[in-house]
Design a protein around this ligand. Structure first.
Ligand SMILES: [Zn+2]
Length: 368
């Protein structure tokens, strides 16, 4: 199993503890996998993401068994004609980030690491802290000082050392990277470490099973650093390669207009993302002004024949209220997805005839 540089194609074994290439390029992951027949996995008694073990970078009798919290198989709820919400707030730490965090921590443990560093706007840090506690690994979690106090309490409760960094989300990432470079700790990054997407791809596997072996026409996916989007795109490619789907569903990527560098680059037809000023958004979980994987995110949206949606602050707040009045209490960032759907069908009413899945990424009690 190797990391491969996406720029110069250099290879590094995972034991090298690299988080980027010596040329500065970002890393992908290369290993033998056997994508399971999802009509068979749907019948298994195991409901966790580990039922897809043949398509994950681990083997059956492996360290993950001591670390899993049973993450996976979140409900798919019909919220309107042709619209389904996948309730990721059912996860052990109440957000979808558990899908990737459990893999990252299991990998760190397998590689013999006793200390990891992560930076996050909150949910990924919580997930890393929880699985880190379970694995007996010391976690240093860097968050922006403005992070919801509830997320900070959740992280601290798991025994992680929390570092609150003033300034932007990018300043937080810089502080974490400085510590990684100083201590050579494992960088449990959901942005740089591609092992994370091997976990988030199971989101799509599950949807495909839950829809009885059919892919919805479109996936609405919130984008900050693109960790769910990159996982979903990976799953689409795997399911096409294994002959289980004939064409790729569309990715409709949603951002808050106040911090929408991907939307801007896509609309302007660019292949790279220019960093922008974060004008301040209630959607703290996706407020990424300079996404490191911007180029890959744009490629994925275009390869799926997808589109982008920028939503206003009013719409996000309204969508959260509406979801709660339908029985689903989500954190403010998660409401972006429903807001995006509502806004997009106003512009393109034909989408109402198509099956759309959107994620409810995190639980309502995580927001202040
Ligand atoms: Zn390179």
């Amino acid at each position: 199993m190797n990391f491969t540089c996406m720029s110069c194609k250099s290879r590094y074994p995972l034991e090298s503890n690299k988080w980027k290439c010596e040329c500065g390029g970002l890393l992908g992951l290369e290993y033998e996998k056997d994508v399971p027949d999802l009509s068979k996995t749907s019948l298994l008694r195991d409901h966790s993401i580990w039922k897809y073990i043949d398509a994950l970078p681990f083997v059956k009798d492996d360290i993950w068994q001591e670390i899993t919290l049973g993450e996976g198989d979140t409900p798919l709820i019909k919220i309107a004609e042709n619209v389904y919400a996948k309730a990721e707030y059912y996860m052990p730490t109440l957000s979808f980030k558990d899908r990737g965090a459990v893999l990252l921590i299991a990998m760190a443990k397998k590689l013999g690491m006793d200390r990891v560093v992560a930076d996050s706007s909150g949910n990924a840090g919580t997930a890393i802290a929880a699985y880190g506690a379970r694995a007996g690994i010391q976690c240093d979690i860097f968050v922006p000082a403005s992070t919801s106090s509830k997320k900070i309490k959740q992280i601290e409760a798991h025994g992680a050392v929390i570092h609150k960094i003033p300034g932007t989300r990018e300043d937080t990432a810089k502080a974490a990277i400085a510590m990684v470079e100083k201590t050579n700790a494992f960088y449990a990054s959901h942005i740089y470490n591609p092992v994370f997407w091997e976990g988030t791809k199971t989101y799509v596997y599950e949807v495909f099973e839950q829809m009885d072996g059919k892919m919805p026409d479109a996936f609405i996916i919130p984008v900050g650093n693109g960790t769910l989007l990159m996982g979903a795109y990976l799953a689409f490619k795997e399911l096409m390669a294994s002959g289980q789907i004939a064409e790729m569903p569309k990715i409709l990527a949603v951002q808050a207009e106040a911090c929408a560098p991907i939307v801007q680059a896509f609309v302007q037809g660019r292949n790279t993302v220019e960093p922008m000023e974060n004008d301040g958004t209630v959607a703290e979980g996706i407020a990424i002004a300079a996404p490191a994987r911007g180029t890959e995110i744009l490629q994925a949206i275009r390869a799926s024949d997808g589109d982008v949606i920028g939503v206003t602050e009013d719409r996000i707040i309204e969508a959260r209220k509406e979801l709660a009045l339908k029985g689903m209490y989500v954190e403010i960032t998660s409401a972006v997805n429903y807001a995006g759907y509502v806004q997009y069908v106003e512009k393109y009413p034909e989408l109402k005839e198509q099956q759309v899945v959107l994620p409810l990424c995190g639980a309502g009690i995580k927001s202040d």
